[in-house]
Design a protein around this ligand. Sequence first.
Ligand code: ZN
Length: 481
Amino acid sequence: MALLFVVLVIILLWGVYAPLADLLFHVRHIGTIYRGNELKSEITLTFDDGPDPVYTPALLTLLDQYKVSAMFFLVGKTLEKYPDLVRQIHERGHIIGVHTDRHVNAWFTSPWRMHHEILRTRDMLQRITGEAPKYFRPPWGRFNIFLLQQLQSLDMVPVLWTYACQDWEPGDRSKSIAQKIMAQAQNGAIVLLHDSGGAPGSPKNTLNALKVAIPRLQQIGFTLGVTPVLEAQAAADKRKVKVSRLSQKVLRPIWKVWDDLYSKIGHVFPMTRIFRLNVGHWHFGARYANEVPIEQNSKSISCEEANATLRRQVAATAEPIVRDGDPFVEMHMQLIALQELIAIPSPEKMAVRGLREVRDSLHGIARALIYDDRYRMAQGIFGYTLMHRGIERLGFHVEKIPPTLNNRWISFLTKSIMVLHHPLGRKRLKSGLENMELRLVWMTRKELLAKYFDGEVPSTVPSISQLLDLYPLVKDTAQRI
Ligand SMILES: [Zn+2]
């Protein structure tokens, strides 16, 4: 009986020491870096478990070729064998972090041992590079309850990741890794990869994947560097806007949970300075090239009826440029960008800045429609907005939306976002928002590319997996490694 009790107490204590700590620091990301600034098209590639005498030099050459700087989380016991390689990583402008001395799991390691693991690796790195590393990545992302505090006392910051690419698994996985890198590419992403360890030969897959993924990410418009990690803290602070109202304090976290969930399920990714994108479908009926929507000016006939009549007339003679079911990119305004915009007191200045930022972002969306496998099948783009002043000038079709239940719901949500994110809260509604009506804004693929794609639109762009098939050289080079 007494033994059972002791066992239960030990399990309970361990539960607090390990899984609970993981929940706080890994799952909830308390005190840890896991993504950068979502308003900037920048991505950090991170490589764990090195250095490796075969794969790390090949990776360094590849990164140099595309002028990419990255982060390397090195293992102490390995790095002491290859000090020259460590020096090379450092000299080529990459950031080196600590990945413990023997790749230990914090769940099953005492706080004393953990301290020793970090300190030994840190000191070795400092001796080799002349610089004390500031960043730490726990093996498997595992935390125990003391780890964060220990790191803070050493003036170090734990870095996790926005997404991982399972590049440690066995077999020829170059294609699936390349697809995984591309599938969640987004502003401020920190990507977990490996240049050593895993299944035998697995870093070769990672290298192959990067040979096609790096140039493709750059074509889409991403800069591959280390700023997402360096600026992560500043970006996190920006997300925590101080609100004074109780309703905002209560509702904003709830909104945040809902928004995160929606983004995850709907694959909504921050892709431009102000927009998050996902792929949806057009469901507003067919549209025709020479159709001009009628504004509601007659009392006897509603705007929708008039438009429907017009559509029937045009439909008899023309092919639609858009029809229901067409894949379309949906644009959602990024909350931080929206927050910055609606904080501008002058409505005129807000409109000017808003239009400028939408215009800049459209160039990015045009590139995504050509080079990003997730968006390239889209036949156009659409979004809902309350701020539509002057937006036709950017080439958008602007339409009133029928007051269906669904549209009223969207309108309510959009206004709620404004209220929740504005320092004045509901007062904002009184200062003009009630005049703002929700509009549907859209543009066909052809219209968008003609206006916003810089340079000539390429006639064919292979998908990322076709690229790997197209260039057998990539495979041959890797096999020689
Ligand atoms: Zn590792």
